[in-house]
Design a protein around this ligand. Structure first.
Ligand SMILES: [Zn+2]
Length: 206
């Protein structure tokens, strides 16, 4: 016996999501059979509008409803410091601490040769572009990539690329890395606010 076509196609869609295997995909699809039609339609609408109603901020590549995003259009932010993170959720986590008043740059991933993600797949070039007026308004770059292998590799690569700009920029920004408190191998987005605040305060020259 074959499953009805609509059920099969939903299962196949779920299977394409990260971390969801065939068993979980089936369970989710069958679960949704018991959900009221109205809720299913809300779910469908949220999916259909997901990309239509969001944009990437053209300055730091955050996910937002409009461009420039609220952070970039906030006149009270310190425009001389850029905090470089892997994901938009990391921006959210750092914003929750309330202890960072600078700007951000979202890379949308980390260098990972195993997954075929090289520097060109990330928004690294765009970060370097933000530094390149001859007299850079940026005085500090905080590398807040995750404290795991990919995050470290990414931080090292960016630090090297920034020092390569020496001939083009007369005042290279200092490069720092988030301080202690963050467990090695952890994800920034799961760190609690106190740990993240401490890591920001304890950032070191990198
Ligand atoms: Zn922005």
């Amino acid at each position: 016996m074959n499953l009805p076509r609509s059920l099969r196609s939903l299962i196949e869609s779920f299977e394409k999501l990260p971390g969801i295997g065939p068993k979980t995909a089936q369970r989710l699809a069958f679960y949704l059979l018991h959900v009221p039609q109205e809720q299913l339609e809300e779910f469908g609408e949220a999916l259909a509008n997901l990309k239509k109603n969001t944009v990437l901020c053209s300055i730091f590549y955050n996910v937002a409803e409009k461009d420039p995003c609220p952070v970039c259009s906030d006149q009270n932010r310190d425009k001389s410091v850029i905090c470089v993170v892997e994901q938009p959720l990391d921006v959210l986590a750092l914003e929750k601490t309330g202890s960072f008043k600078g700007l951000y740059h979202v890379l949308h991933g980390a260098i990972s040769p195993l997954n075929n993600i090289g520097p060109d797949e990330l928004y690294i070039e765009q970060l370097l572009d933000r530094l390149t007026p001859r007299v850079s308004p940026i005085t500090e770059i905080i590398l807040a990539t995750n404290p795991n292998m990919e995050g470290e590799a990414t931080a090292m690569y960016i630090r090297k690329e920034i020092s390569n700009l020496k001939s083009q920029i007369s005042n290279l920004p200092r490069v720092t890395r988030l301080g202690q408190g963050l467990p090695t191998g952890a994800d920034l987005e799961y760190a609690d606010e106190v740990t993240l605040s401490r890591a920001l305060e304890g950032r070191r020259e990198y």
